[in-house]
Design a protein around this ligand. Structure first.
Ligand code: ADP
Ligand code: MG
Length: 382
């Protein structure tokens, strides 16, 4: 029984400014949940309230079904990893990791095995006899993670534990963390501003902005069915294209139009999404870069084939990202160059592309709320 339940938490540090407003979510027993949001969203504050390092202005926190109100951090028995962790400088890495276990009277043999296994996974086995000052920043961070993980705690709270590591090590740690969580059957609440970490590691993601929970769901749900523009553009890399548009009825045809950009949408699509009442209204169109496909000059004039100019090109091995200029807007197009054709031209050259109406998201212009989600392979299978 180690689930965490956050119920309608608010936190006000200074009068009139809510750092957290009515935050509710759960971390199930043995679940790996991400709290994802940009800097200043209120993630660390949430974690500190759960850990008992600070008190909420209202709302309550339950650990294993029991209210944590009045419990000290130690009584809550949650293991926390901070982004910057201070270790005991006079102790070796082994002793630093052993410290929380010795405090709890764990038998020597059990302790050695736990530390050995955890150190293996974290790639710090060769460092066990060193002292903190003899380690690089990245090594220190891994030791800090190890020290939290060797403990049998109710749950583990991690505040951006790998964001200080270099890209290669982060990629390695993403994989290892996920394995470690499975192996330990640990309940983890992991705070991050990095959507890639959340998407690749999390069982579920709580997306937070400005102290308010925006959406809770699996990585797939968050990516495919973002509830608003914030979530839609925060999750996914390269991020979703957005364009102010109008939904228009042109003769008998429905079009999503923004400047020169124009996508004709079938009436069935309008009906399916109940959009008839939105005729003439401003909307924000969203389309992920991988849902736009390149077309050739022979395709020009076909339905939903558009032309823009190449503004910038990024080649990433077998993938290419084109920034395409179309009436003062930039649309990003992500392509996998399976054909080996190479680049489609120089900066400034015209480029043709095709937009599939099933790849479109639409958002309410004023509230940012999603009106339409793109169809996915998942939908087709269902
Ligand atoms: P995150 O971890 O998502 O970057 P934080 O929880 O650290 O965000 O901070 C959220 C907001 O709360 C920030 O605007 C920050 O300045 C404010 N804040 C955090 N702690 C305090 C505090 N002790 N006193 C006043 N304001 C604070
Ligand atoms: Mg923080």
């Amino acid at each position: 029984m180690s689930e965490l339940r956050i119920e309608r938490i608010s936190k006000v540090f200074s009068p009139g400014i809510s750092t957290l407003s009515d935050v509710s979510f759960e971390v199930g027993d043995r679940e790996f949940v991400f709290l994802l949001g940009p800097s200043g969203a209120g993630k660390t504050t949430t974690l500190r309230l759960i850990a008992g390092l600070d008190q909420p202005s209202s709302g309550q926190i339950l650990i294993g079904g029991a209210s944590a109100a009045g419990l000290t951090p130690r009584e809550r028995d949650l293991a926390m990893v901070y982004d910057k962790h201070s270790m005991y400088p006079h102790l070796t890495v082994f002793e630093n990791m052993a410290y929380p276990l010795r405090l709890r009277g764990v038998a020597d043999e059990v302790m050695r095995k736990k530390i050995g296994d955890t150190a293996d996974i974290l790639g710090i086995s060769a460092l066990l006899d060193r002292r903190p000052r003899e380690l690089s920043g990245g090594q220190q961070q891994r030791v800090a993670i190890g020290r939290a993980l060797v403990r049998d705690a109710n749950a583990y709270l991690m505040d951006e534990p790998i964001s200080a590591l270099d890209a290669k090590l982060r990629a390695h740690m993403r994989v290892e963390f996920k394995r470690l969580q499975r192996e330990l059957s640990a309940t983890i609440l992991y705070v991050s501003h990095d959507q890639l970490e959340a998407m690749t590691m999390g069982d579920r993601i709580v997306v937070m902005d400005k102290g308010v929970v925006q959406q809770i769901g699996t990585p797939r749900e968050i990516f495919d069915r973002p509830v608003n523009l914030f979530v839609a553009t925060f999750v996914g890399e390269p991020s979703m294209n957005t364009l102010p548009c109008q939904l228009l009825q042109d003769g008998g045809r429905w079009v999503v139009q923004g400047g020169q950009f124009r996508v004709e949408v079938p009436e069935a699509w309008i009906n399916r999404h109940k959009l008839a009442g939105h005729a003439g209204k401003p909307v924000v169109m969203g389309i992920r870069p991988h849902r736009i496909t390149l077309a050739d000059s022979v395709d020009v004039g076909q339905l939903n084939v558009e032309t823009g100019r190449i503004y910038a090109v990024e080649t990433l091995g077998s993938e290419t990202i084109y920034d395409v200029e179309i009436n003062d807007q930039i649309l990003r197009i992500w392509t996998r160059d399976a054909s080996g054709q190479g680049l489609r031209g120089q900066i400034g050259a015209p480029i043709h592309f095709r937009v599939d109406p099933n790849g479109l998201h639409l958002f309410d212009c004023e509230t940012g709320r999603a009106l339409v989600h793109a169809t996915t392979d998942f939908d087709k299978a269902a």
